[in-house]
Ligand binder design. Structure first.
Ligand SMILES: *Cc1c(COP(=O)(O)O)cnc(C)c1O
Length: 368
């Protein structure tokens, strides 16, 4: 039996009747951009996140970039970002002309280490941009306290953590704003590109709403030089269907993560740690091992597909050539050691057991 890392087609098959009906409803409506489906989804997702406002945009990168722009962050400003995130987090900062300043993670949680934030703050720092990486909520309480103390904005990147909770609260209502991606592989995924921002700040919400649609509130009246970054009606209708199932699908991920953690407890693999009062949604289940490449090769031979998130940290990418590179030793080590095991709501119990058996067998050889 060969196990794919993530089976998106199986997700469609499970909800086919409802998704097909939602798509047909939009096609039959004759209205395809900025309509009733998006309005309904924005209300439903804001509600789900415990936030007052939700603004649908084109994708996760735009959700980040438009939020920064709406916060008036630009040239000369610094934004603290995780050193070990997906490059989109950095690109959003660079695209508004500001400078991403990397902060290394807590090695147990892979999330921005609040202890290191204070050291990275300069007179130019304008915002902290924590990522809820791999579906684990970032440690927001000390981050929010630090932001308050220094007068900084907090924009969170929730692209990997739809449904995650921190100290009993949905993460989408924390800080000044949260940016979301609905890229197909995310915990709440469209069948194309889509994104959103949630916030409790009505002014920020309004600015993003104007920026996403050519800087216009009234058709053909342009207040600012905006963008075309809209979440279309078909994707919105699909996301409304999938939002109903998201908690259930996240619960399946939790069960798989629990099974992995119990099965691998004594193998020598470094397993993900859940911090107190956090409810992760396991976008990815990431283990660490010095002999990571050998483990990945062995699992591959046994038909288990794994991925690396991420093999090259942003500051070492060619895209950031010439970036004044700090050492970032933890980040470099992680890039060499992390491995993501198959994870998704459609992974069957039998498939999970196959991954468990293959991993135990591989570890017997690597750590006899
Ligand atoms: C996926 C992702 C993004 C970007 O989302 P897109 O919709 O692909 O633009 C941003 N940040 C993180 C952490 C992501 O995983």
């Amino acid at each position: 039996m060969s196990i794919p890392f993530l089976d998106l087609h199986a997700a469609y098959v499970e909800l086919k009747a409802e998704i097909d009906a939602a798509v047909a409803r939009v096609l039959d409506s004759g209205w395809y951009i900025l309509g009733a489906e998006l309005e309904a989804f924005e209300l439903e997702f804001a509600n789900y996140c415990g936030a007052q406002h939700c603004i649908g945009v084109g994708n996760g990168l735009e959700a980040l970039r438009l939020s920064l722009q709406a916060m008036d962050i630009g040239p000369g400003d610094e934004v603290l970002v995780p050193s070990n995130t997906y490059i989109a987090t950095w690109l959003a900062v660079s695209q508004v002309g500001a400078t991403p300043v990397p902060v290394e993670p807590d090695e147990r949680t892979y999330n921005m280490d609040p202890q290191r934030i204070e050291d990275a703050i300069t007179p130019r720092t304008r915002a902290i941009l924590p990522v809820h990486l791999y579906g684990q909520p970032a440690d927001m309480a000390p981050i929010l306290a630090c932001a308050e103390k220094h007068g900084l904005e907090v924009l969170a990147d929730g692209a990997q953590a739809h449904g995650a909770r921190y100290r009993g609260a949905a993460i989408g209502g924390l800080g000044n704003a949260t940016a979301w991606s609905f890229y197909p592989g995310k915990n709440l995924g469209a069948f194309g590109d889509a994104g959103a921002v949630t916030t409790n700040d009505p002014k920020l919400a309004e600015r993003i709403r104007v920026l996403r649609n050519y800087g216009s509130r009234v058709k053909y009246v342009n207040e600012v030089q905006g963008f075309n970054s809209r979440l279309d009606e078909i994707q919105a209708a699909i996301l409304r269907v999938k939002l109903h199932y998201m908690d259930d699908w996240n619960a399946r991920r939790v069960r798989t993560a629990q099974r992995y953690s119990e099965a691998f407890a004594a193998t020598g693999l470094i397993l993900p740690t859940v911090v107190a009062k956090a409810e992760p949604v396991w976008h990815l289940y990431v283990v660490r091992l010095m002999q990571r490449d050998a483990l990945q090769a062995k699992l591959g031979e046994m038909g288990v597909q794994t991925l690396i998130h991420y093999p090259i940290p942003p500051h070492l990418q060619q895209a950031y050539a010439g970036y004044p590179a700090p050492d970032l030793a933890i980040t470099r080590a992680m890039a060499e050691q992390v491995l993501s095991l198959p994870m998704g709501p459609q992974l069957t119990e039998a498939q999970v057991e196959t991954v468990v058996d293959a991993t135990l067998e591989a570890m017997k050889v690597l750590r006899p």
